[in-house]
Design a protein around this ligand. Structure first.
Ligand code: PGA
Length: 295
């Protein structure tokens, strides 16, 4: 029987929320990735861990027993890690993390979760667009950066850890909603967009160019919140990361357009300069992010 810590961690989240969707959200994973981890664990133990009744799921008797073990195993692993890091003399000073404007939507929550396990760590946190992040990395101003893939070749190590789907949005009463759209249809519309230097903006322009189209950009904004307000106010359509609009979609203040070849699939990367020796704190944060999330 081969059970991984990752499977136990995912199983515990589903057991805690009794929902695959809520677990996926908390773990920054997709829902199919969560189901797959649970299925693999069930295959290993040879028992069903959840039972479905109508729309709800419940822990089976085996699931309840395993929940108890999984909690104790993960607790022991966390304690072992903390002790090993303490033995290495780590956790002095503070961790300098810089994240893309768009990634701040989830990165701050991640720092909070990290802090719960390592309360002695302090952070210096910077939010900037892609271009500024590349400069900070080059000039060695940061330990770790969360951003889209750096241009290649580059002197940076970049590890993917989470999907970043980019979607086209419109106000909820827009005439194009509910219709299958080509990029030629969208090229006729006015867009609001992020400033030059933004990774999202770059991805949008490349997407149009790759299909022989040009996007008509009206107003520019350097924040995703401003982009959302602009779309809601009817200033134009936009392309944004799904991570930035969860609330607005839930409360139907924004809607998704059905566009051919969209969503654009980007990924979030954890990046650092290859020449940089990561401190124990930075290594621990790196492992925390990579372990917690899954591509
Ligand atoms: P940004 O996002 O648009 O906030 O710079 C980074 C990226 O997607 O590369």
């Amino acid at each position: 029987m081969q059970i991984t810590l990752r499977q136990l961690q995912v199983f515990l989240k589903v057991a805690q929320h009794l929902s695959y969707t809520a677990a996926a959200e908390k773990l920054f994973m997709s829902q199919p990735a969560v189901s797959k981890q649970v299925q693999q664990l069930e295959a290993q133990v040879g028992l069903a861990l959840f039972e479905r009744m109508g729309k709800r799921i419940y822990l089976s008797a085996a699931g309840e027993r395993l929940q108890d073990y999984a909690q104790r195993i993960l607790q022991q692993v966390a304690e072992a890690k903390t002790e090993m890091v303490a033995l290495r003399g780590g956790f002095q000073g503070c961790l300098k993390v810089a994240v893309a404007t768009t990634a701040s939507a989830f990165a701050i929550e991640m720092l909070g979760q990290f802090r719960q396990s390592y309360p002695q760590v302090d952070f210096e946190f910077e939010v900037a667009n892609r271009q500024s992040l590349l400069k900070s990395l080059e000039t060695n101003l940061v330990d770790l950066v969360i951003m889209g893939l750096p241009p290649e070749p580059s002197p940076f190590s970049a590890e993917p850890f989470m999907q970043n789907p980019l979607v086209f949005i419109a106000p909820p009463n827009h005439r194009l909603l509910g219709k299958p759209l080509s990029l030629a249809d969208l090229a006729k519309e006015r867009f609001v967009a992020r400033e030059e230097g933004s990774g999202t903006r770059q991805a949008m322009e490349k997407f149009f160019q790759a299909q022989g189209q040009t996007v008509k950009i009206g107003t520019l904004f350097n924040s995703n919140d401003a982009i959302k307000s602009a779309v809601i106010s009817g200033l134009g359509l936009a392309l944004v990361s799904i991570h930035t609009i969860r609330d607005e979609l839930e409360h139907q203040r924004l809607a998704l357009l059905q566009v051919e070849h969209a969503p654009i699939q980007r990924y979030w990367y954890l990046v650092h300069h290859k020449d940089k020796r990561l401190s124990a704190v930075a290594e621990t944060f790196r492992a925390f992010v990579l372990e917690k999330t899954a591509v």
